[in-house]
Design a protein. Structure first.
Length: 256
């Protein structure tokens, strides 16, 4: 495992960036297939992806800074935008993408829930591929373990620097497996679920549950109020919110 894919002089291509690019392309391809099935113009999906990637990255960065160095927002706002220095969080990316989706579907006068259902499988497969980038980069790693599948990360990686020479839980691979399972479930259920919004909310429940589990083994997690896991708190909130929205959508109390 090495974070750099190749380097020619000053030009460096890292595995993390490469896998994120592949994840976006794979997600877009899946979304376009679903858009055709759901009778949504593929051009609308392509345009949304351009905005979604931008605001998802911004959301991922802002979320990370909010939990690690919130004073940076007013001390050095430009440093907040320095995504090339690392420091992104998937929950911030999801929040940024969802907010972008709400605004975009409102402006395009299309159903947010139908659009969200169309993109739900893309989210799962994109996250699975993205975690391969985290694995190769050596971030989002776990605590030391004696399990036979534990791994020793390269010394220059974040995992190797925190636990040099120690065998760690490959939590990136745990989450990758969860995301692949979620993708399989969503793909199998996409034609069976009749209530708009329920496929996306099912993704929310499954991903939140998986992340709550993986977080028990993760060493570099974001925390607040001492040692409370931000991801687990967001996960519990996500599950409760998704269940409530499912009930409200089924009863047709809300529509977006």
């Amino acid at each position: 495992m090495h974070p750099v894919f190749f380097q020619i002089g000053p030009l460096t291509l890292r595995w993390y960036g490469l896998m994120i690019a592949i994840a976006c392309m794979a997600g877009l391809w899946v979304a376009k297939q679903e858009a055709r099935r759901n009778q949504i113009e593929t051009q609308k999906v392509e345009t949304f992806f351009l905005f979604a990637v931008l605001f998802a990255v911004m959301g991922a960065r802002f979320y990370y800074i909010a939990f690690t160095e919130p004073a940076l927002f007013w001390k050095n706002p430009f440093a907040v935008l320095a995504i090339w220095e690392g420091g992104l969080a998937i929950h911030g990316a999801i929040i940024g993408g969802v907010l972008t989706g709400i605004v975009y579907t409102w402006r395009q006068k299309i159903s947010f829930w139908k659009f969200a259902d169309t993109l739900a499988p893309s989210l799962a497969i994109g996250q699975a591929i993205g975690r391969i980038g985290c694995f190769l980069n050596g971030d989002a790693h776990g605590y030391p373990t004696t399990m036979p599948w534990g791994l020793i990360y390269s010394p220059e990686s974040p995992a190797g620097q925190m636990y040099p020479g120690q065998t760690l839980h490959p939590t990136q691979l745990y989450e990758m497996v969860f995301n692949l399972i979620i993708f399989g479930v969503l793909w199998a259920m996409r034609k069976k679920i009749k209530t708009s919004g329920h496929l996306f909310l099912l993704y929310t429940i499954l991903y939140s549950a998986g992340r709550i589990f993986v977080e028990h083994f993760r060493a570099d997690k974001l925390t607040y109020l001492g040692n409370i896991s931000a991801a687990q708190s967001i996960g519990v909130l996500g599950i409760l919110t998704a269940v409530i929205l499912m009930i409200l959508l089924r009863k047709k109390v809300i529509r977006i």
